[in-house]
Design a protein around this ligand. Structure first.
Ligand SMILES: *Cc1c(COP(=O)(O)O)cnc(C)c1O
Length: 384
């Protein structure tokens, strides 16, 4: 046994980040208040190949601003994958619209294009496609279906900084793309987020809504609408600039960690790891194992045993339609009946330690423990 705990997530912070943040604390006041915001936003736009990037307080606020800028509101429906973090869906309620929970694809664990198409009604105004754990849904088909029906696509790339599909960066497929810089994410600003778009009308509307209904630079205090306050601080923007300057190093770190896991676990018939279908670059935010449904090993037992051995894990996201927050939501009941893939995977999946400070030896240790625990499971014992 060990005293050391292996955490499930964690960032890579170097002297570069510390230097930039220190500089921001000294310098970014008065006329230089936006010095790091401008540099961070333009570096982020360049990295993701987007025309405009707007830094905000959280990814949740970026989704809220996206929906507000697209004029989604009362009486509208917005389709989201059933398996995702609640932040993908909560802003739908903020604007008075109704979330519709569609099933995920068994291979990518992301929104199924077919399930999306089946969930469309005359009230559907938008779809929030989520790049789960760094993987990518079939965004080409999702965008095509959305276009046919006049539905706006928001790409929630919170977990997919640096992922790509068919040569396009994660976040650039929809009308807007949104990112999270929460401390657990691949690149971090502590708390923070980004909205990217190629559409200058949306950019202007988002800038206006982000700052209490005034255009950037307006100091007349004569606000035109009741809006939001979603700007991040200079210290966060400085941290973000340092991180985005290290983007390929951070993504490379995640991909290396996945490779270490794959060396031990990819051929284990009892589980499946994150998929990287042809044409996709997965940035593997969270290395995730889904126990095979014929494996007869219990996910919760595995997590509890790993915990006693000093290894932290997380359960795969519960279907939103299964959690108390959405107990009375009108589309929860049909989702519970129809979304068999979401319900099956979420009970069998767990996120393995994926923090950027993990070493190859840490990963080998985690994989050894997983192997031992699964070998000792009642099913394995009775088969022996
Ligand atoms: C982390 C996350 C968010 C929310 O990010 P915040 O910055 O915490 O608001 C949204 N969607 C997904 C899929 C996430 O994983």
């Amino acid at each position: 046994m060990t005293d050391r705990r292996i955490p499930v997530a964690g960032p890579s912070i170097t002297e570069k980040e510390i230097g930039y943040v220190t500089d921001a604390a000294r310098r970014c006041w008065g006329s230089e208040a936006n010095y790091f915001h401008e540099r961070f936003e333009s570096a982020f736009a360049e990295y993701t190949d987007a025309r405009h990037a707007i830094a905000v307080t959280h990814c949740t606020s970026a989704i809220h601003l996206s929906l507000a800028a697209l004029e989604v509101g009362d009486g509208d429906e917005v389709i989201v994958p059933d398996c995702t973090w609640i932040a993908s869906a909560a802003p739908i309620s903020y604007v008075g619209a109704t979330p519709v929970f569609a099933d995920v694809d068994p291979q990518t664990w992301c929104l199924s294009a077919d399930a999306f198409e089946r969930a469309i009604t005359p009230r559907t105004k938008a779809v929030i496609a989520v790049d789960l754990y760094g993987g990518m849904p079939d965004l080409a088909r999702i965008c095509e279906i959305a276009e046919t029906h006049g539905i706006a696509v928001i790409e929630d790339a919170a977990e997919a900084f640096g992922s790509m599909r068919d040569g396009k960066m994660a976040g650039t497929f929809g009308r807007t793309g949104v990112f999270s810089f929460h401390g657990s994410k691949t690149m971090t600003t502590g708390e923070g987020g980004m909205l990217i778009t190629d559409d200058s009308t949306i950019r202007d509307r988002v800038l206006f809504l982000r700052d209490h209904g005034r255009v950037p630079g307006d100091v007349s205090f004569f606000n035109h609408e009741v809006a939001f306050k979603y700007r991040m601080s200079s210290m966060q923007a400085a941290l973000g600039l340092a991180q985005v300057e290290r983007a390929e190093e951070l993504v490379g770190g995640k991909r290396q960690i996945f490779q270490w896991y794959a060396e031990h676990l990819a051929n284990d018939p009892r589980l499946t790891l994150n998929a990287e279908p042809p044409g996709v670059r997965n940035s593997y935010w969270m290395i995730t194992a889904v126990l095979r449904d014929d494996c007869d090993c219990d996910r919760d037992t595995l997590m509890a045993s790993l915990k006693t051995r000093g290894i932290d894990t997380r359960p795969f996201f519960h279907p939103l339609s299964a959690i108390p927050a959405y107990a009375d939501s009108p589309y929860s009941k049909p989702a519970r009946e129809q979304n068999s893939v979401s319900y099956s995977i979420s009970q069998r999946g767990l996120n393995l330690p994926s923090g950027l400070s993990l070493t190859q030896d840490d990963v080998a240790f985690v994989c050894e423990q997983i192997g031992e625990i699964l070998d000792e499971s009642p099913a394995a014992r009775s088969a022996a």
